[in-house]
Design a protein around this ligand. Sequence first.
Ligand SMILES: Cc1cc2nc3c(=O)[nH]c(=O)nc-3n(C[C@H](O)[C@H](O)[C@H](O)COP(=O)(O)OP(=O)(O)OC[C@H]3O[C@@H](n4cnc5c(N)ncnc54)[C@H](O)[C@@H]3O)c2cc1C
Ligand code: FES
Length: 274
Amino acid sequence: MPAIEYDSRVHVTRVADRRELAPGVILLGLEAPELVRATRPGQFVMAIPPAGESAATALGIYEAEGTRASLLFFITGKRTHELAELRVGEPLGLIGPLGNGFDLSSVPQRAAIVAGGVGIASVLLAAQALVRSGASVELLYGARTSELLVDAERFGEAGCELVLATDDGSRGRHGFVTELLGERPAPDLILACGPTPMLRAVGAIAAELGVPAQLSLEETFACGVGGCWGCVVPLARSSAQAPSFPPASRGGSDVVFARVCKEGPVFRSDELQW
Ligand SMILES: Cc1cc2nc3c(=O)[nH]c(=O)nc-3n(C[C@H](O)[C@H](O)[C@H](O)COP(=O)(O)OP(=O)(O)OC[C@H]3O[C@@H](n4cnc5c(N)ncnc54)[C@H](O)[C@@H]3O)c2cc1C
Ligand code: FES
């Protein structure tokens, strides 16, 4: 009988530790040595909720060191609620690492990482890699309230300068995190992850400053592995990330649709046509 071939990106991991960082915000540590070995900064997994009734959900890979990876998530609906019920020792199925991740092939002198809300979960590995390669890294981190500015100190420990903002002024600057970006000395590279309006604002400021920016998009995923074309964004046809067989383009123009889960989730801001 032929051997059954398993996709090497499907992992059965085990919960190693679990902490509630703030009400409704969970940090889940996983024993996942193969995932750690394969992960690049900015990649994500599709986590399969244990009850088996809900579809998998996309989560950034927060930490990846030794044999332990972790996921940091906000409980927003059914799937994240099910994942939050997991306890130490229980198994969790993951597909990943998926997506392209950040392009850190050229090392900037000064990098700014802009994170909004849950976007913080996708940028720690990039921050660590940039600091290790000798860049000076600023984390500009914004959330609705001080309570929701979770784990900022972890970035301080990693060697980043922290610049914080909250919508209600309870910690850091009172206002949007993007306002900070415009006021600080211009970096050589901007990485960002957060809600779409924040990413659009980061892209506009980066264009004004003439600084390259890489944006990690938080589209809603169905399959998460490139099969359904349910997560597309308009992209310049000339982009190296343009898919080779796009099923649709916009008005026969220079714009094609790229899948955030497959060609992304990280795109150069000057190539997004939104
Ligand atoms: C590449 C990628 C990485 C992600 N990484 C993380 C992460 O590390 N941690 C984390 O907490 N979340 C992350 N997300 C978002 C997460 O996948 C969604 O919040 C997920 O839908 C939650 O599932 P649910 O069933 O609990 O909630 P759902 O029932 O799907 O949604 C509940 C609420 O959240 C809103 N929502 C759903 N999907 C998104 C989305 N993609 N972005 C913003 N709002 C959404 C809905 O409008 C609804 O109000 C990521 C998304 C992507 C695409
Ligand atoms: S979610 Fe199916 S192609 Fe991206």
